[in-house]
Design a protein around this ligand. Structure first.
Ligand code: TNX
Length: 501
């Protein structure tokens, strides 16, 4: 005990000094932030104290400090000198579950929030105040941060990234890295486009050929493979620890050739004439065309298939959402299918999401639609995730003429500014999500280039209230993140509009 008391009394090296230090660049821009003149010096030894419910957050803080010279130990208890990480339920009303307060005094970093998600985000903000070197090495040189008071909470509940792992497969390593990177920018939804014509990427035990056969396909030059249910569960755990929900998408009734190839009875006719240029016997599909395959909606067994797949997927999915696709399909039974699929998924206890076309059908009022081209004549009002392609389709060029990019939505591509300046005052909008389709994204490096830094713009659009948004100020802060992105090994596009540090 005496040892612990002495330990607590060892003063931080140095007292508050007045030499100026650079104000760290925080992204997304917090709701309220007040920098002080005085500075805080990271101590050589410190306690991380926390209360009930804040255990994981305290562990995250300690993990962060491990990459500095600070020796820390965690200890349950009320506010303490050092690092004080506390759940304060009374903050719920003003900050929600994801908001937080961060206050740095001369000797203590206080982080409080109504829930663990908010504490996690307070820690991410603090992480951005530490030198970018902490992303890579243990830092030994003295770390000084201006004292500050922040009150912060997100504008939108839905701050998402979508990766198409069907056209080209991205496995566990990349997906985990992506989750880590998303978390730094306070994003909370990773939508996985798991199935399409080219490949089926999630193991369904009652339908083993989906992955045995369908998992082997990919777009030409793309990688094949699939996630086992064990992988998927592990990924969800990894995501949950970072306040991210995985949204699985099974795209139906179109975009489904990989499943038809595995179970040809789901198709109306023989697979031999499904596509004029397809070889006989039918092979897997490696091309780019969309809108040519579909489940045979006259066959009742198609609904057995949908029920089995959705039951298994719901069973292994811890989040409350399942995405049923529903895009780019012309079939006289389309609306009937959407209504049925919607109710099948709801019966499994999940909230259903679909691409905007689904709102041509009278879906349940709890449905969430994902807007991508804005052309659908809706018959229902739903909550909306904004992915309008002119702003958020990051498979499009970063700058006009960039090679190997899609351009059907906007010839010149989707700039950082297009994404950043997105606004939609429709009260049904619950947030934003930026998709990367992967017909032309066949390696980790290309994926990094398409995702970053535009995903950071999307993160700020999702988090920051419109009054606090300012594109030029954003570019400046982003430039200061260059070294951090490098240290995270992100092969980001060096946007020419940014002065990278
Ligand atoms: C449209 S947008 C698609 C995808 C393609 C993408 C290519 C949407 C819901 N579907 O199937 O990959 O275009 O950019």
């Amino acid at each position: 005990k005496t040892f612990i008391i002495c330990f607590l009394l060892v003063p931080a090296f140095g007292f508050a000094q007045h030499t100026p230090v650079q104000k760290p660049a925080i992204i997304p821009q917090p709701s309220e932030i007040e920098w002080k003149e005085d500075i805080f010096t990271l101590p050589e030894r410190a306690v991380v104290c926390y209360n009930s419910g804040a255990e994981n957050a305290a562990a995250w803080m300690q993990k962060l400090l491990k990459n500095t010279y600070t020796e820390s130990f965690t200890m349950p208890g009320e506010d303490c000198v050092g690092f004080s990480i506390h759940i304060k339920e009374e903050l719920k009303e003003s900050l929600g579950e994801e908001g937080y307060q961060l206050k740095i005094t001369h000797n203590t970093v206080f982080i409080s929030a109504a829930a663990e998600a908010g504490l996690f985000y307070g820690i991410q903000t603090f992480r951005q105040m530490l030198p970018s070197g902490i992303e890579q090495n243990r830092l030994t040189e003295e770390i000084r941060i201006p004292q500050v008071e922040i009150t912060d909470h997100p504008r939108f509940a839905w701050r998402g990234s979508m990766l198409d792992i069907s056209r080209s497969f991205f496995g566990m390593d990349y997906l985990k890295k992506h989750l880590d990177r998303m978390a730094l920018y306070k994003m909370n939804r990773l939508h996985l486009h798991l199935t399409d014509d080219q490949g089926w990427r999630i193991e369904i035990k009652s339908k083993p050929k989906l992955t045995e056969i369908g998992g082997q396909g990919a777009v030409k030059n793309g990688r094949s493979g699939f996630l086992t249910q064990e992988d998927y569960k592990e990924l969800q755990k990894y995501a949950e620890a970072r306040n991210i929900t995985i949204i699985p998408e099974i795209d139906m009734p179109g975009h489904i050739y990989a499943a038809l190839r595995a179970y040809p009875e789901l198709n109306c006719d023989s697979l031999t004439n499904i596509k004029p240029d397809m070889a006989t016997p039918p092979e897997l599909f490696h091309g780019y065309e969309v809108g040519w395959s579909k489940l045979c909606l006259e066959k009742p067994e198609v609904y057995d298939f949908v029920s089995e797949v959705m039951a298994e997927l719901s069973e292994i999915t811890t989040g409350k959402y399942i995405h049923i696709g529903g895009d780019e399909i012309d079939d006289e039974r389309y609306e009937e299918f959407v209504v049925k699929a919607d109710s099948i998924v709801r019966e499994n206890g999940k909230t259903v999401i679909g691409w905007e076309e689904v709102t041509q059908a009278p879906v349940h009022s709890d449905f969430i639609s994902q807007r991508w081209n804005g052309k659908t004549q809706s018959v229902v009002d739903t909550r909306i995730i904004e992915s309008i392609c002119t702003r958020f389709y990051f498979d499009h060029a970063n700058v006009p003429g960039q090679e190997n990019t899609n351009n059907w939505c906007q010839e010149r591509g989707v700039s950082l500014k297009d994404a950043y300046n997105f606004e939609n005052e429709n009260p049904n909008v619950i947030g934003v999500e930026a998709p990367v389709w992967t017909e032309l994204v066949t390696s980790d490096d290309i994926a990094d280039n398409r995702l970053w830094p535009r995903t950071i713009a999307a993160a700020e659009v999702g988090w920051t209230v419109s009054e606090a948004k300012d594109f030029n100020a954003f570019l400046q802060r982003l430039g200061q993140h260059g070294q951090r992105l490098d240290n995270l090994d992100i092969n980001y596009f060096r946007s020419p509009s940014v002065e990278w540090n």
